[in-house]
Each structure stands twice: as structure tokens, then as C-alpha cells.
Design a protein around this ligand. Sequence first.
Ligand SMILES: Nc1ncnc2c1ncn2[C@@H]1O[C@H](COP(=O)(O)OP(=O)(O)OP(=O)(O)O)[C@@H](O)[C@H]1O
Length: 261
Amino acid sequence: MLDAKALRIELGGREVLRGVDLQIGPGWTAIVGPNGAGKSTLLRALAGLLQPQHGRVQLTGQALTQWSAPERAQRLAWMAQQGETSGELSVRETVELGRIAHLGLAGVPGVRDREAVERALARCEAQAWTERRLHELSGGERQRVLLARALATEAPLLLLDEPTTHLDAPHQVALARLFRELAQEGRGVVSVLHDLALALQADRVVVLSAGAVVADGGPQDPALQRALEAVFGHAVRVETGGCGRPQIHLNLEAPPCPPAP
Ligand SMILES: Nc1ncnc2c1ncn2[C@@H]1O[C@H](COP(=O)(O)OP(=O)(O)OP(=O)(O)O)[C@@H](O)[C@H]1O
């Protein structure tokens, strides 16, 4: 779906992305890395919101810039870190914004649009507040509404910047389940995550450090464990948990293990 090649981005005179290559297909991809590693910058570049000084991003074989804004929005949904949405809109109005890519600004929603909005609200467990204003919601509730707006686009690819911010533990688990469901439906989900335990539930984990991809593989990949130790500077142990899914243990007291001989 998305193919980024040799992406280099400079912000404020500093090189923030240093030649990133990344192909994104169906499945759930988690992007992790320390603060300032360039995760949000990478996601914004993949969404076409930031122009790289060098390199390019293609969406299904065509440069991102060659798609019109509505065409692009039908194929690629973007969820920023919180803050960009008007708190005066109701929850339903906010989620309906996800249909603008299909309807245009003056379009009248049809049955399909209303169904997409209801399905998105249900998947994010946000149906109970549809008439409330966004500013009346808690941080976690608002986060689920913004995710519902992205889902309402029905785009095959979702780019989500820290979607678990403000979510309590059960809703974080529910979100991981939702991402796996979306992946099984053949959609691509790319999420920037700080919670490594959650990130290891993804099909693929990309580790970014100082603007470069330093590991890219499945959650059980030994190279991933080594990269996480190197990047975060603490011992990391990944083992198989009760449901056959990887579990991570990050030992903040212990330094990384010495490299294998
Ligand atoms: N508009 C800007 N002008 C100058 N530098 C910027 C700008 N936006 C981001 N940066 C810098 O680029 C680097 C990468 O920022 P980015 O937000 O992509 O990091 P991140 O990995 O998402 O971090 P975090 O985990 O803290 O959200 C940081 O060092 C940041 O200070």
C-alpha cells in the first residue's frame, strides 16, 4: 500500500529523518523508539503532511502528491495526537467528518455513510455519547472518538499517532484486539506506541532511533530484542505469554546484556 524510499527530513535545520525506507502493507505495524526519535515525523511524512527534502512516498504505486486530497483521504486515514479537533462539535458530528473524503463538504450522507459512522462508533465503544460535545469528554473518551472518526473513513490504511494516549488498561487491550481484527480484514494499521508490551502484540515492530530504522521485524525476532536494549539502554526479555503472544519484560534496574560473542 505505502512505499517510502530514502526519506530524509530536516526540521529547524536539524536532520530528523535520515534515509528511511519502509514498506507498509496489510497487517498491524507498531512504530516504537525513544522520545524525539522521529516517529511522529515519519508518520506525518507517510500521511503526506510533511514533504521530505529527499526521497519519496508512494501510495499504491503513485506518488502521494499525485493523489487529490479526497482520493488520498479515502485510502489513508490519519489520526494525530490529540488537540486538532474542535471541542464544540458533537461526538456524532466529529465521527461524521470521517465521511467528508467520500461526500465532499456539501454532500448529504446516505445509508452507507450512516452505517459507516455507526459501525465506527460501536467499534470504539463510543455510541453512548453521540450527542455530547467533544470538550465534555475525558481524554480517553475523546481519544476513542477520534479513532472512530478515522475508522469511519473506511480507508484501507490507518496511520495512528499514539492512539493509546489516555486509554485505561482494558481499553488498551480492546484497541489491540481491534487492530488485530482490522489486520484480519486486510487493512493496514500503523501505530506509534510508547507501550512496548502493547507494541509487541503487533504483527511487525519497527524501531526508530535518531531518525533511522534500527530494527524491523516480528515481535519474536531476536534482533528486535537487541535493538530495543540498545535504544532504551535497559535489559529487555521477550518471552511467550499465556495465549502464545509475546510478553516483554523491561528491567529498568539492569543494563543491557553484553552482545553475544
Ligand atoms: N517543527 C519542528 N521544528 C524543529 N524541530 C522539530 C519540529 N518538530 C519536531 N522537531 C524535532 O524533531 C525530532 C523528532 O520529533 P518527533 O515528534 O518526530 O519525535 P517522536 O519520536 O515522535 O517523539 P515523542 O516520542 O516524544 O513523541 C525531535 O528532536 C523534535 O524536537
